[in-house]
Design a protein. Structure first.
Length: 44
């Protein structure tokens, strides 16, 4: 049980970095989609 701090820190760092990457990818995708003309957007 001496290493619980290290284990928790590793889990927190992993989940935080995954969440930050997801936010970055979504924001970048929306910014790039806004630059496309409507005829190039197959999802609309």
């Amino acid at each position: 049980m001496k290493d619980i701090g290290f284990i928790l820190a590793a889990y927190i760092a992993t989940f935080a970095s995954s969440a930050l990457l997801a936010v970055y990818v979504l924001r970048r995708g929306r910014a790039l989609a806004a630059q496309l003309p409507p005829q190039d957007k197959p999802w609309t």
